[in-house]
Design a binder for this molecule. Structure first.
Ligand SMILES: Cc1cc2nc3c(=O)[nH]c(=O)nc-3n(C[C@H](O)[C@H](O)[C@H](O)COP(=O)(O)OP(=O)(O)OC[C@H]3O[C@@H](n4cnc5c(N)ncnc54)[C@H](O)[C@@H]3O)c2cc1C
Length: 325
């Protein structure tokens, strides 16, 4: 088990997620999470919009297991949409179908998504279906396809680590797509495991959708990939309005401003909400240096305690498993 697996395991720990919510957003995550309330995230959107940067807003939520939680998530997302519309902000929505009931009631999830997509459609606001683990990938794609029959303001994410990624990009070439490397732990039977293989597939995906697809969001902090995209669009005369770069809030902020100032469309992914812990741990999993970059700024005893409890629980789990074997 490496550090990446360790942080992904922490992100999936329900008790730690619940514990973190009680502490509030004071544990080092505030540099990558844009607040816990709608007014807080709106302030950040306005600040970024003033710099020529668009935003995609993610109302964080993990472990949604009943109808009431799914309805609460839907209502929060609807409230964000209403505010984006009322305040004429340059922003759209990123959501996770599991937040709206996908893992326990597919029709409930569809109905929740329908209300969100329809309201957003009336206001001309785009809805992105973030992709999670492989377990829910195809159900999520199917829900999006059902909605796309009626509404054109939906799109999704293709994760380059999957062997089937290019096939999925071909299937959804008529959709606005966000292309990413992939954030979750997937088995070698489904996904490339090395950075080199993932990067190669990522470039193939980007080139494919830029040449054949609808609008492309290239979501990466990788300067080598960004440099490649800049060369590629120039060589192929791909207009700037056919694509955008995206990065997560709080990561490589200077580069975000520079890309926008260079005349590229730029969109910052803005997560907000009390349920920040799983998101934060996945960011540490992607790049353990983030632990230094992020936590160093505001490292406090509670963060140490939370990660420490996680380490303890993890070690205990391993020992128990070994004892059972
Ligand atoms: C906007 C956005 C939306 C996303 N949506 C999804 C989704 O729906 N589903 C999903 O599975 N994943 C999603 N992801 C996460 C994504 O899959 C990757 O896990 C994540 O972006 C890390 O990969 P990377 O492309 O940024 O580059 P990496 O491979 O992590 O980094 C490549 C290189 O870039 C440099 N670098 C990276 N980060 C930094 C930094 N902070 N500071 C300095 N240098 C750095 C380093 O040199 C590093 O070696 C999203 C990512 C973004 C940006």
């Amino acid at each position: 088990m490496n550090l990446r697996d360790f942080f992904i395991a922490l992100s999936e720990n329900r008790a730690l997620n619940a514990g973190a919510q009680k502490f509030g957003l004071r544990l080092g995550a505030q540099s990558v999470v844009a607040g816990t309330t709608i007014p807080e995230v709106i302030t950040t959107i306005k600040r970024l919009n003033a710099k020529g940067i668009a935003c995609t807003v993610d109302n964080l939520g993990e472990f949604v297991h009943d109808e009431a939680e799914a309805l609460a998530a839907k209502n929060n997302i609807l409230a964000v949409i209403e505010t984006i519309h009322a305040e004429e902000l340059n922003a759209h929505i990123s959501l996770k179908p599991t937040q709206l009931g996908l893992s326990f009631d597919l029709e409930l999830c569809y109905n929740n998504l329908y209300d969100i997509v329809k309201t957003a459609h009336d206001y001309g606001i785009f809805i992105n279906f973030d992709t999670e683990t492989y377990e829910t990938l195809h159900q999520s794609f199917e829900l999006m396809e059902r909605l796309h029959k009626e509404f054109d303001n939906v799109g999704t994410v293709i994760q380059a680590y999957f062997y089937e990624a290019l096939e999925n990009a071909e299937r959804f070439k008529d959709y606005r797509l966000r292309l990413v490397k992939g954030a979750y732990k997937e088995s070698a039977s489904l996904a490339y495991q090395t950075k080199e293989d993932i990067d190669k597939n990522y470039i193939k995906l980007i080139e494919y959708h830029l040449l054949n697809g609808k609008f492309t969001s290239i979501a990466t902090h990788d300067h080598n990939i960004i440099a490649h995209v800049k060369r590629f669009v120039k060589e192929h005369n791909i207009p700037h309005d056919a694509f955008e770069f995206q990065m997560l809030y709080g990561f490589r902020s200077e580069m975000q401003y520079e890309l926008a100032a260079e005349g590229f469309n730029f969109c910052t992914y803005l997560p907000f909400g009390a349920d920040w812990y799983g998101y934060f741990m996945r960011r540490l999993a992607e790049r353990p240096q983030n632990l230094e970059l992020v936590v160093k700024q505001v490292f406090d005893k509670k963060t140490t305690a939370l990660i420490g409890v996680g380490l303890g629980a993890f070690a205990l789990g391993r020992l128990t498993k070994r004892a059972k074997k």
